[in-house]
Design a protein around this ligand. Sequence first.
Ligand code: EPU
Length: 429
Amino acid sequence: MINGGRRLVGAVDISGAKNAALAIIPATVLAEGKCRIENIPDIRDVRLMMDIIRHLGASVKQVNRNTYEIDTTYIASETVPDAMARKMRASYYFIGALLGRAGKAEVAMPGGCNFGVRPIDQHIKGFEALGARVRTENAVIKATTRELLGGAVYFDLVSVGATINVMLAAVKAKGLTIIENAAKEPHIVDLANFLNLMGADVRGAGTDVIKIRGVDSMHGCDYSIIPDQIEAGTYMVAAAATGGDVLIRNVIPKHLDSISAKLVESGVQIEEFDDSVRVTANGRLLKCNIKTMPHPGFPTDMQPQFAAMLSIAEGTSIISEGIWDNRFRYVEQLLRMGASIQVEGKAAIIEGVPQLKGAPVRADDLRAGAAMVIAGLVASGTTTIEDIHLIERGYENILGKLTALGADISRIQDDDDTPARVIPMVSSL
Ligand code: EPU
């Protein structure tokens, strides 16, 4: 429940990157040893990932809130069952990691946010190029190989997931793998750095050609995950939309360039420091047009949050979605709050209104949920958001962080529909 209308003021610390952690945790399977990983965000998807890796036989020790030791010396299974796989998208990274480790993987079809059809043909094409045999039986992806051999992989489109999955298998394949048309997101680079610390030979991550020379064995290492670009961007937009003044700490400002550029276009002031950015906004924001694209373009995972902000900006903004077929389902919820938005195919035309009004709304998915939070923060009156477990898949301690910035936000009901009650917030655990 959010009582809107308060400016966000103060400082917020950004957690480790969800989508880097969700690639790096499965990658530990390749180590056959102990990895100590810091800055792992304390979010639902990470906990699910740890359940899977434990199920495979690894030993997982949580050293503190954000540090884990994962020992994969002993792996007892190459199977990720349906009940675990379907809870998240990234469960399919165990196909690449287990192929690399054991030459065999059986992973049930992954779940994840619903943006329309989410094919995995490019992952399969990549595994096959390395000599694996892949088939799907009863919604289980079964991959096997006698020996992985380096090969040439040319992706038909830029896919974060396929790039990661093929990297995970290729580090242990015999010979050279060349991935062309690779994704360039910061978490691809983070994964490559992690794999190299474990003894892999990966070059070119962050460009569209990645070259991987396979190695016979890998080992454990110590690592710290990069800050979450999307969590940072979400707080930047929340600060801007509420006319606030917030220092966003523990970020890599370069990763935020495409987000900062659009905020500046909307009239927001951004000051960059070494590892923080200050966001200040005064008066009504201005319209801006956005087209989502693979990195270094504007990230699709920031478009719902911008839509919430632009709903109250002056003028008409157009958001074009360039990655997913169906990522505007949340618009219906913003309309309930008085926004004026028309969706035409993969574009949303947003006519800025002076004010949103609080209403009961739903988190359709993770980032859509973040957009509802931002809308609730700027709206007059009270907004209640249902299905907040989807938000907690990717945002560590979001209530605590927003409360510390001055938001009036509380959890009023548990996921399991126990009677409504206000659970007091602890800002840092
Ligand atoms: N695609 C194919 N075939 C494939 C793979 C992808 O056609 O084999 C298409 C997809 O349908 C989509 C496009 O390629 O149209 C890009 O998909 P990509 O594979 O890059 O996305 P993903 O790996 O499934 C990750 C993030 C998403 C984020 C996208 C795009 C994770 C766990 N998920 O998904 O993050 O939206 O990249 O940047 O890393 C989120 O964090 O909220 C989230 C949804």
